[in-house]
Write a protein that binds this ligand. Structure first.
Ligand code: SF4
Length: 469
């Protein structure tokens, strides 16, 4: 399913069990974060099936993703008939406010001009009350990873819908990236506590983690309102989480001349909206940066409740450092999540021995070395990594713990060491949509889980069945 190569010493010149997923998966997640939106992948049916299977398994929610269902004929003569039929069917069955269209390998390889197809469809249906907003993101599977597809779709949605020449409002934009529904709920609580008006996009905190329904909803409730996405174009500032964002897509783009700005960058360039880029607020230092920005935007101090959360986190570091200090960790996953986790590990005295991502941004080492002020300069930091290479390196590195998503479980099992599951996908545990990573609260949960995994390992492997520590 994934392309691109990695060249590790002694390893094959191909990806074996890639540490990444494909681009339209990220696009589908973003479209699930728009109110009244149905995602449609312009490609073969297998793309939509694989992506639905991954999302459903992680979030445990029903997920409809339409497909234009490419066949041999479509591949040779173009997909315009299937494209129009797909849109007609979705409108008839779902009456959506938005259809989020992403491309896949096949439609991109034959050079399908999706923007032209959209233009023609709009012309054919001009004046129809049922015609929804049509948003398109170019996301071939061989371009970057699911995270690149995610950020490029956020950007495509904003550049399609954000208002122009509107009076600047009091609100701010938050582009929080690919975080869990629980993280999004917590972010909304934090921002509201400063009394700020805001637009957070994409917001799948309900649509991918909904309460029990009395009746079935064709389109799950929740998501950022289209009216709110439009007003991102009149905000007084944007905050975007992530140091790497969609740089992997830029490196692997077939059309090298085409640069896609992130949503925050696009609004700065095209709507003159001041832009603040920070890392994912994981750990005390990175979370402090987020709170400083919120204080600045709101002109209000952080609430006592949140200050107390920070104080409790520091207290827990003091209480728990004896379990974490000097432990060796392998950490892998999406580049910006990995950066946040490395900064947290250094705060709690854990030594990363391998920092890896399937991401193709190429700046992971440089970024981490800068943020850690050289503390990681001798650590193996790998872009474009796969699990087989990681597995081969693991014995020599002698890790005490692995931190990443569930696809690395087999390495932890072989080494008989704990795996702390974070990020996406988590296919082998319950409650992944409620895992918290962000803010002082999310950091506390990560810290507790890491400490408990180490304690549990020691207890399980002790010849004495001790009951307290
Ligand atoms: S977009 Fe490409 S890589 Fe992704 S599922 Fe479809 S064929 Fe596979």
């Amino acid at each position: 399913m994934e392309s691109s190569t990695t060249k590790m010493p002694g390893s094959a010149a191909s990806v074996r069990n890639a540490c990444k997923l494909c681009s339209p998966l990220g696009a589908s997640l973003v479209f699930k974060g728009i109110h009244g939106c149905i995602p449609m992948i312009h490609g073969s049916q297998g793309c939509a099936t694989y992506i639905r299977r991954y999302i459903i398994s992680h979030f445990k929610e029903p997920v409809d993703i339409a497909s234009t269902n490419f066949s041999e004929e479509t591949t040779i003569f173009g997909g315009h008939k299937n494209f129009n039929l797909g849109l007609d069917n979705i409108i008839r069955q779902y009456r959506p406010e938005v259809i989020g269209i992403s491309s896949a390998c096949l439609s991109e390889t034959i050079g399908e001009d999706v923007n032209r197809l959209i233009k023609e469809y709009r012309q054919m249906n001009w004046g129809s009350e049922l015609l929804p907003e049509l948003v398109y993101a170019s996301t071939p599977g061989y371009q970057g990873t699911h995270i690149d597809g995610f950020h490029e779709t956020v950007s495509a949605t904003i550049s399609t819908l954000a208002v122009k020449d509107a009076k600047v409002g009091e609100h701010i934009n938050i582009f929080s990236g690919f975080v869990s529904p629980q993280d999004i709920r917590h972010l909304k609580e934090i921002i509201s506590s400063f009394g700020l008006d805001y637009v957070l996009f994409p917001d799948y905190s309900d649509s991918l983690d909904n309460p029990n329904w009395e009746k079935y909803h064709l389109i799950p409730p929740g998501g950022t309102l289209v009216s709110d996405i439009k007003r991102t174009g009149a905000a007084r500032g944007s905050i975007e989480f992530g140091y790497i964002l969609n740089e992997g897509a830029m490196n692997t783009r077939v059309n090298k001349a085409k640069q896609v700005l992130t949503a925050g960058e696009w609004l700065e360039v095209n709507r003159n909206i001041p832009y603040h880029r920070i890392g994912m607020p994981i750990g005390i230092k990175e979370t402090d940066k987020f709170f400083e920005l919120l204080e600045w935007f709101s002109n209000k101090p952080t609430s006592q409740k949140l200050k107390d959360e920070r104080g409790r986190l520091i207290d827990s570091y003091v209480d728990g450092h004896k379990y974490t200090f000097g432990k060796r960790a392998i950490i892998y996953g999406e580049e910006d999540l990995v950066i946040g986790m490395v900064l947290l590990l250094l705060e709690i005295g854990i030594e990363p021995v391998l920092i890896a991502s399937g991401g193709t941004g190429g700046r992971l080492k440089q970024m981490i070395d800068e943020l850690t002020e050289g503390k990681t300069k001798d650590v193996k930091i790998m872009n474009n990594m796969d699990f087989e290479s990681m597995n081969e390196m693991a014995d020599e590195l002698k890790p005490d713990i692995i931190i990443g998503h569930s696809k690395g479980y087999y390495i932890a099992r072989r080494l008989n060491i704990p795996l702390v599951r974070i990020g996406f996908p988590v296919h082998d545990r319950f409650g992944a949509q409620r895992l918290q990573h962000l803010g002082y609260q999310g950091t506390m949960q990560l810290f507790d889980r890491i400490v408990n995994a180490l304690i549990e390992y020691k207890q399980e492997n002790s010849p004495i069945g001790y009951k307290y520590i």
